[in-house]
Design a protein around this ligand. Structure first.
Ligand SMILES: CC(C)(COP(=O)(O)OP(=O)(O)OC[C@H]1O[C@@H](n2cnc3c(N)ncnc32)[C@H](O)[C@@H]1OP(=O)(O)O)[C@@H](O)C(=O)NCCC(=O)NCCS
Length: 186
């Protein structure tokens, strides 16, 4: 197998572009290892977007236009303990802080074979969108995710490598997902 192309912020922007899902957007035959994520993209993403419950971004190769990854973003709020707030230098009397959630994130099998770092590049794109939101629209301090460990225990490692930490509260008792956060300005 030929070596995978390592993606970083510089070559990522040269090789790919982000596109917001729209009515009639061609989705090709996107396929990641988890059927649920493929089905969501084809069957539910547009409806969720039209209902304003999740907005989907596609990452396409500039050359072929192939979708290599997608993510669905949602407004969120996160409850932090006193010690967690201290950790982030957030000395406020309220527990709940504004966040943006990565509701879905998936990289295609084709892209996982060809490239290394697409998932991390998508997280960087989510960060850039959250920062733009902070500059222009409303405040949002954290990026959150419910790491889907039912499908893959390794996801905690993936998110940790991308600067996420497990939350004390909202730790899912049935262990199907683990609630994690990343400080956008930490
Ligand atoms: C999880 C996913 C998005 C990661 O994308 P990716 O492009 O393979 O990830 P990256 O190449 O950016 O990985 C960054 C680092 O995390 C590690 N990593 C990635 N996925 C991992 C996993 N499942 N388990 C353990 N480590 C993982 C990589 O080895 C890499 O480590 P390194 O920097 O030390 O080499 C992708 O595997 C995927 O789409 N999975 C199916 C859908 C899914 O589970 N989505 C998440 C739902 S919460």
């Amino acid at each position: 197998m030929s070596a995978r192309i390592a993606i970083n912020l510089q070559n990522g922007d040269t090789l790919f572009y982000l596109e917001q899902l729209a009515e009639g957007t061609p989705l090709g035959n996107f396929s990641c290892p988890i059927a649920e994520y493929n089905d969501y993209l084809v069957e539910d993403s547009l409806r969720s977007q039209n209902d304003h419950v999740a907005l989907t971004w596609l990452l396409r190769e500039r050359t072929a236009g192939t979708i290599v990854a997608y993510m669905s973003l949602i407004a969120d709020a996160i409850k932090l303990s006193l010690s967690e707030k201290e950790l982030h230098g957030l000395n406020y009397p309220f527990k709940t802080l504004p966040a943006m959630k990565i509701g879905k994130l998936a990289v295609s099998e084709f892209a996982q074979k060809k490239y290394k770092g697409i998932g991390s590049y998508m997280i960087n794109n989510a960060l850039a969108l959250a920062r733009a939101c902070n500059r222009q629209l409303f405040a949002c301090r954290f990026i959150t995710v419910d790491a889907d460990i039912e499908h893959d225990e390794g996801l905690i490692t993936f998110y940790r490598k991308n600067g996420f930490t497990e939350n004390e509260e909202l730790y899912n008792k049935n262990r199907k997902t683990v609630s994690m956060r990343k400080d956008i300005y930490g």
